[in-house]
Design a binder for this molecule. Structure first.
Ligand SMILES: NC(=O)c1ccc[n+]([C@@H]2O[C@H](COP(=O)([O-])OP(=O)(O)OC[C@H]3O[C@@H](n4cnc5c(N)ncnc54)[C@H](OP(=O)(O)O)[C@@H]3O)[C@@H](O)[C@H]2O)c1
Length: 486
């Protein structure tokens, strides 16, 4: 319950929990709110269709994870403020999850529990379904398709589903004139989707990049601070609950690739192309890489970068997630812990930096409810930055011609002539060294060479590594990381 002022009269609102036989105490609108039920997928619904609906209500129904509890709490706690901003109340009408008996940290007894998620897409008292189940396919996708097909709005935090099926779902949403919103799917609580789609709508954006995975950034920041290797930090992060038991989506760059493909589509007005993202994660990083990068004036960050190469007509799209060396003067070098940051370069706005909590229950709930407020305000608009028919299908750019500085780390046999062998391969490929560090030989007779090259084509790096591959001077696979340019 809370006071709010909407239109010309002040209304005492009971947003989600008013009984069916209650009326609005101020405007006396009859039976405006029904006892809501909230499920583990959040679904929102406005007034009953064609019935005596309260003019201010937006009803909603929720589907599952732990941060749904936070969505529920947020809607309950900030109900009056949300109603003032949205112009109508948001009312939770149903919830669902697999296990009804699980303690989810909020009292759900007031809400209708639905066992079959499919019911949410057709229920009369549901206008918005909030899908927080996860997974690119399976029940989440079925629910999304059914919801939009039935002309209900869909709010989702599911980056995997949007990355794989975003075009199909956006087309369905357009056909049915239903809203499809996914602010929580990219960079948690940071309003980057809205920022790119609306705030930067006037700009041509040719480059978008950033730190898109909080787990990786937490691991990298900790490796740097503690001087530990990747495996040790990952084990600790898992023990503390910062990393999943199966962390592969995060640490292999897949999660960041999902988000990058969404950002690229929004930024460039192109069709989403998750399959075109090259993804490499942070598994192979050593504490020594972090230390050498620091000594050379850089920090290592997992960067997702998407860029348009070429002009209209011949434009191609380049998308890559990989650990990069970030110059200490660059703002992304100072993004620590589980924080996310996105940089977009608009031709009139200049460089835009969005930064904030990339995950977690409160930021994610904040993004989910922001989408609900948009829907309550009837700010529907295209799911991506323009109608689906306007989104360009861009060919993928090749990487070999890309020019930049590169970090190369090699574990080598500590014997005379090894460095000459490496530099000869680089010379033959047309690559020169800007700075180089060689560590003292360890007891096992190996030494570590880390270097940063002058700007050169990626093909030259490939040629160097191909020339060195048969050599028994190299002990293990070299580590290649590109350096984030200005
Ligand atoms: N966690 C975050 O901070 C965060 C941030 C941004 C976006 N996301 C996105 O949010 C989604 C969920 O992620 P999560 O890590 O929170 O997942 P999770 O912990 O596995 O939660 C999934 C929830 O979905 C429910 N569920 C699964 N299958 C279902 C079915 N067939 N019918 C009904 N309910 C079902 C589960 O119910 P039970 O509890 O009964 O098993 C569980 O509550 C993903 O798309 C993820 O990318 C998460």
């Amino acid at each position: 319950m809370g006071d709010t002022c909407v239109g010309s009269h002040r209304v005492k609102l009971a947003i989600a929990f008013a009984r069916e036989d209650e009326e609005c105490r101020l405007c006396r609108h009859e039976r405006g709110y029904r006892r809501a039920s909230l499920g583990w997928q959040l679904i929102a619904k406005p007034p009953k269709r064609g019935g005596n609906a309260h003019p201010l209500a937006e009803s909603l129904c929720l589907c599952p994870p732990p941060y749904v509890s936070r969505v529920i709490r947020l809607i309950e706690e900030n109900s009056a403020l949300i109603a003032r901003r949205a112009g109508r109340a948001i009312q939770i009408t149903a919830v669902t999850a697999r296990d009804r008996s699980k303690d989810r940290g909020v009292d759900l007894s007031a809400y209708r529990w639905v066992d079959d998620m499919g019911e949410l897409a057709t229920a009369d008292d549901v206008d918005v379904v909030v899908e927080l189940v996860g997974g690119s396919d399976g029940p989440a996708l079925t629910l999304a398709r059914e919801t939009l097909s039935n002309a209900r709005a869909l709010v989702t935090a599911n980056k995997a589903m949007i990355a794989h099926h975003g075009s199909e779902l956006a087309t369905l949403a357009e056909e049915r004139n239903a809203a499809l919103k996914f602010e929580a799917a990219v960079a948690g609580g940071i309003p980057v989707i809205q920022g790119l789609r609306d705030g930067a709508a006037a700009n041509r954006i040719d480059r978008v990049y950033g730190i898109l995975n909080g787990t990786c950034n937490f691991i990298l920041s900790t490796m740097e601070r503690e001087g530990l290797d990747f495996a040790e930090v990952l084990a600790d992060a898992q023990a503390k609950g910062f990393a999943e038991a199966d962390p592969s989506f995060d640490i292999d760059g897949i999660d960041a690739a999902h988000k990058l493909s969404i950002l690229a589509s929004l930024s460039f007005g192109s069709q989403i192309d998750f399959g075109g993202v090259e993804a490499r994660g942070i598994r192979k990083l050593l504490a020594a890489d972090i230390a050498q990068a620091n000594a050379l004036g850089y920090r290592i960050r997992l960067i997702g970068l998407a860029e348009i190469d070429g002009e209209n007509g011949s434009a191609t799209i380049f998308q890559r997630v990989q650990p990069c060396l970030v110059p200490l003067l660059h703002p992304l070098a100072h993004v620590m812990g589980a924080t996310n940051a996105v940089v977009a370069e608009g031709n009139f706005s200049g460089r835009l930096l969005f930064q904030g909590a990339g995950a977690g229950d409160k930021p994610t709930a904040s993004a989910v409810v922001a989408d609900l407020v948009d829907i309550a305000r009837k700010e529907v608009g295209p799911a991506f930055s323009m109608p689906c028919a306007e989104l360009e299908k861009l060919p993928r750019a090749a990487s070999a011609h890309r020019v930049g500085k590169t970090y190369l780390r090699m574990l080598v046999a500590d014997r005379v002539g090894v460095l000459a062998e490496i530099t000869a391969a680089m010379r033959d490929a047309g690559l020169s060294i800007e700075s180089l560090i060689q560590t003292e030989a360890s007891n096992d007779g190996s030494a570590l060479i880390a270097m940063v090259t002058h700007a050169g084509a990626e093909q030259a790096i490939n040629d160097t590594l191909a020339a060195l591959a048969p050599s028994d001077s190299l002990l293990g696979e070299p580590m290649v990381m590109h350096i984030l340019g200005e």
